[in-house]
Design a protein around this ligand. Structure first.
Ligand SMILES: Cc1cc2nc3c(=O)[nH]c(=O)nc-3n(C[C@H](O)[C@H](O)[C@H](O)COP(=O)(O)O)c2cc1C
Length: 183
């Protein structure tokens, strides 16, 4: 696939704008909300989580391997946005890195929700991920409904952040990940 005509599923990736006018741009710290100075690129097989994502939250997530979680050890826990590649197609994504305080998990997880409706899950498949910026801290909510609403807001926010941003170089990096561009 030629990167010059690369498209992010559901978004127009042709705009040349690395966040001008975006007050959250160029934040250097990996602890703060806002864009990372460089995207974090990683690749992982999708493994099973607790299975709450689809059933309780209506938001299926692809859980990444512990090896992938270790690769972002210096990244603060929180909700992030970015892009992900699955079987040659790049999708916008939101992700959660941490202990899911609403559920009190004992181990740290990195979960990716692709902003696209899939009929089937993709356990065992290879997912390439580009983390671009942090949206908020993870939180414990008063109700499941409040968590669901927050996640819906995260999805909106991720789309807003990606609109008008030049992601061509990020798409290129994802396409170069071994194994991820195969349909
Ligand atoms: C965009 C997004 C935001 C999330 N925010 C939170 C949060 O603030 N607090 C929390 O405990 N879990 C949060 N989660 C994680 C969900 O609780 C988790 O995906 C769900 O429990 C499914 O986990 P499972 O795949 O292990 O079943 C978030 C997940 C996503 C995709």
């Amino acid at each position: 696939m030629d990167s010059s005509d690369s498209k992010v599923n559901g978004l127009n990736s042709s705009q040349v704008n690395t966040g001008h006018g975006n007050p959250r741009q160029d934040l250097q710290s990996r602890d703060q909300e806002g864009d990372l100075s460089e995207p974090i690129i990683l690749s992982s097989t999708v493994v099973k989580g607790f299975g709450r994502g689809s059933k309780q939250l209506g938001c299926p997530t692809a859980n990444l391997e512990q090896n992938a979680v270790s690769q972002v050890d210096d990244l603060s826990t929180g909700v992030y946005y970015g892009l992900a590649i699955l079987e040659g197609t790049v999708y916008p994504m939101v992700s959660s890195l941490g202990f899911n305080p609403h559920f009190g998990n004992q181990h740290k997880s990195l979960e990716i929700h692709l902003l696209h409706h899939f009929q089937e899950d993709f356990y065992g498949k290879l997912l390439g991920v580009a983390i671009l910026g942090k949206l908020r801290e993870e939180a414990k909510f008063d109700s499941l409904d409040a968590l669901i609403k927050a996640i819906e807001e995260d999805k909106r926010c991720a789309r807003d952040m990606l609109e008008g941003k030049d992601v061509k170089h990020v798409v290129d990096m994802l396409l170069k990940l071994k194994g991820n561009h195969e349909q």
